[in-house]
Write a protein that binds this ligand. Structure first.
Ligand code: DX5
Ligand code: ZN
Length: 228
């Protein structure tokens, strides 16, 4: 069974003090740090770029899960690899099969992992289904890309269940990462439907004790596996 992992989304922390946000994730025992890169074109916000990833890199060995909400991943993917990203997740909406193959070869040739993200209304394209074995993660957005602190869109659940079945049928070692509006109330529901990587921005950083909140999300997701 794919392991449960918690990925705090640092976009929800004080953007002037990201190192502290990273330290909170480390102290909470987070499995990976989720870094939301938004370019003002793919989604209506601008966050940070490779320079920020590079500045954070020396502080931790934690996996850097870089969610590239950008219109031109081919132009920037190498810069994020050089900055220290471990998982590079690109959006299906800006790809075609040929571009996917180019990005995959760039990412794998540098020994990094590739993820594919889908906006809430986007279904997995056939060309991507045929390439699932090349991916380390499928990211299902459960909010519109752009901002932390939105409410989870539960209409994505049938897609999550369908993809979870597909991954099991194909016997793939692929993380199903769910991103947007996850909190202590809904994390079990997401785990029950097959998610195993839980991105949480506000669900961690807006809590009175963010370090504890990470542990609580993990505990509740794991409890589903135990049958409780
Ligand atoms: C949305 C981002 C999410 C977001 C998660 O564009 O991809 O990662 O920051 O934050 P919460 O958990 O607050 O929805
Ligand atoms: Zn994200």
């Amino acid at each position: 069974m794919r392991p449960i992992k918690i990925a705090p989304s640092i976009l929800a922390y004080d953007l002037g003090n990201l190192k502290e946000g990273l330290d909170i994730a480390s102290r909470g025992g987070a499995d990976q740090l989720h870094l939301d890169v938004i370019d003002g074109r793919f989604a209506p916000n601008i966050t940070f770029g490779p320079g920020t990833v590079k500045a954070l890199r020396p502080r931790t060995k934690m996996k850097f899960d870089t969610h590239l909400m950008i219109a031109e991943p081919r132009t920037y993917v190498e810069r994020f690899i050089e900055a220290g990203s471990d998982l590079l997740t690109v959006h299906a909406e800006v790809l075609d099969p040929a571009l996917f193959d180019v990005l995959h070869s760039v990412i794998r040739s540098r020994g990094k992992e590739m993820g594919l993200a889908l906006k809430p209304e986007t279904q997995l394209p056939m060309w991507a289904e045929e390439r699932l074995d090349k991916l380390s993660a499928l990211l299902l957005l459960t909010v519109n890309p752009g901002f932390s602190g939105q409410t989870m869109d539960v209409t994505v659940f049938p897609k999550l269940e369908k993809l979870s079945r597909l991954v099991a049928e194909k016997g793939l070692d692929l993380d199903l990462e769910v991103d947007g509006g996850i909190d202590e109330q809904n994390v079990s529901e997401v785990a029950r439907r097959g998610g195993n990587v839980f991105v949480a921005g506000a669900g961690v950083y807006s809590r009175p004790d963010p370090v504890k909140a990470i542990g609580e999300l993990s505990r509740r997701a794991l409890a589903v596996r135990g049958g409780s």
